[in-house]
Each structure stands twice: as structure tokens, then as C-alpha cells.
Design a protein around this ligand. Structure first.
Ligand SMILES: [Zn+2]
Ligand SMILES: [Zn+2]
Length: 74
């Protein structure tokens, strides 16, 4: 008895094994090309930074991490 078991056609798996994004914005959780970083792990993209700049920087030379309060320079 021969059972004809149809083999499903192989779909080309398009797994993105390589994660190109090195940054993950803590605020919007997107993967922008650039983020401001804090050693505590906080990351913020330029877009979010622009929205929150009023609360994070007062002199445009340094910014304060909202997570740990570290003063970071640009
Ligand atoms: Zn963001
Ligand atoms: Zn921090």
C-alpha cells in the first residue's frame, strides 16, 4: 500500500535573524537610527527627545536621564 503523503511546498522563510537595529527607544520602543544613551539602559530617539527636551535639558549642552537622573552631555 502506497500512501501518497503530499509534502507541503517549502515556503522561503524570511526570518530576520539579524537585528540591524542597535537602538530601541525607551519612550516609543521604535528602532531609530540613533538614540541618546544612558548607562542605566535608557535610550531616547531624537524624535522623542525633541518632544521631551523641555523636561530633560535646560541648556542644550546636557540632558538629564529621566530614569536615573544622570546628567548626560550631548
Ligand atoms: Zn522614541
Ligand atoms: Zn539613566
Amino acid at each position: 500500500m502506497t500512501e501518497d503523503t503530499p509534502t507541503p511546498p517549502k515556503k522561503p522563510s524570511r526570518w530576520r535573524s539579524k537585528r540591524v537595529a542597535e537602538y530601541t527607544c525607551t519612550i516609543c520602543e521604535r528602532h531609530p537610527p540613533f538614540c541618546w544613551l544612558c548607562p542605566c539602559g535608557f535610550q531616547i530617539c531624537e524624535e522623542c527627545f525633541a518632544e521631551n527636551a523641555w523636561g530633560m535639558t535646560c541648556n542644550n549642552v546636557t540632558w538629564e536621564c529621566p530614569d536615573c537622573g544622570a546628567i548626560r552631555s550631548f
